[in-house]
Design a protein around this ligand. Sequence first.
Ligand code: RAM
Length: 531
Amino acid sequence: MASYCILEDFEVHKNKKFLEIAENLKPELLVQNVSPARLIKIEKNEMQETVVTAEEPASELRKKILKKGDSVILDFGTHHVGYVTLDLCSVGSHQDAPAYIQLRFAERLDELSSSAAEYDGWISRSWIQEEHIHVDVLPEKRRLPRRYAFRYLEIRVIDVSPKFSLGVKNAWMEDVSSVRWQDAKPIRSQDEVLNRIDEVSIRTLHNCMQDVFEDGPKRDRRMWLGDLRLQARANYETFQNYDLVKRCLYLFGGLTFNEGKIAACIFTEPELDPDDTYLFDYALLYGSVLLDYYEQTEDMETLKDLYPIAIRQIEVGLSYLDENGVIPDHSGEFWCFVDWGEGLNTQAASLAILIYSMRYGIRLAKHMGDESRIDWLQEKMQTLKESAISKFWDEKQQLFVSGSNRQVSWATQVWMILARVFPKEKNRELILHTIDVNPRIRMVSPYMYHHFIDALIRCDEKERALEEMKRYWGEMINDGADTFWELYNPYNKYESPYGSVIVNSFCHAWSCTPTYFLRKFYHLNDEKEEL
Ligand code: RAM
């Protein structure tokens, strides 16, 4: 079980100028009205999966007369984020009691077969999207005040009275996002699986692009740095909303804490505040978000403002090195994220991510013309590559190991490849050898799979990368994804870092990057090329 660590003596530094820039870039959300596509009935099949057993047109809704215990499930066709209005009325004699209604919102059908009351995980049950409402006087058009992330809505009458039943004349939702779904041109491939993967990626990104890049619109509904980095990359290839990335960069840069550290995530309400969670890898990756943004926009002013903050993260990272020139093992603490895998040792990966961030630091310094910093980073980076090999490379296994138990994991190999500890040809051998050996400590999140695909592409294994993308994200679609998920372990489909899949997020930003790969490296959005 992972748990967040709260820092003692947490001291926040708010940079007024940066926060003002960020606030001025706050987007006006775009609203599109969506009606239910159909009404459905569900059941669990012999494999314990929830499946649709019957459907009716949505126009049948107004004919339903719902008595105590009755329910109806509305299917909005795909995943949406927004606000729901129910146009309710009373059918029968006088309404002599309030109508008492349960509403359940689900990103996936499965959620409708599980019970919130049985949830016993370590994060709050309040994330489960469920309401119990009283309607004192019917008819009423009730616009629910909370924002939901869902495809399905179940309306169940807990109680009315023998004198009257509940009618639902109409129901609709206002879908909100800072971008218009229709504005990302779909890719054109002859391979329908790739077209569908791209479409689902875009829907995922669109639904997470609110007034910041959220990690998941159901949960946690806030901005995490690791997620932002991948969303921004997908956004450059699709919606190209540069201002939203700029806003988020200034928010992180304007809300630092002790020693100038960047928080792993930001709260935007009730006021702007950094979370007191420091994630070593996330903080280091800030420089990579900044570099990507600068290379897309050539916005020198932003680079000048935020460069010192990115460099500070590297300095802080280096301050953790021990006498052997490596980062001490913090596995078991929520300190260096890497992936959600149970038992994953993150020591070697943390050093690799430090090296990776220094490479980005060098590129930033080059754009800034900061010569002395380039030399300093290059020299240090070389030393760290040597420590990585001497401490973690296992010549016999031809793999990197991590921690005192010399654990071999996929994540460690991938990050060592991305850090370019070895030259390209040796990296290629390493990734192929890893696939052959298939280490038992696997990748479980699309976040880590993103880095695996990235590593394959950097090793010129583009065909293989495409196959892996189809295998992982394509399989999620086969398992019913309308938007891609926070966690997907093909070897354990009920895996959750939180104690139950009911609180997993099924529209999760860090999983949207196939659209980035397909456009950037396979050019599937170009008019000429088809695959
Ligand atoms: C979870 C969220 C988020 C991720 C962090 C590390 O709380 O899923 O996306 O960045 O963990």
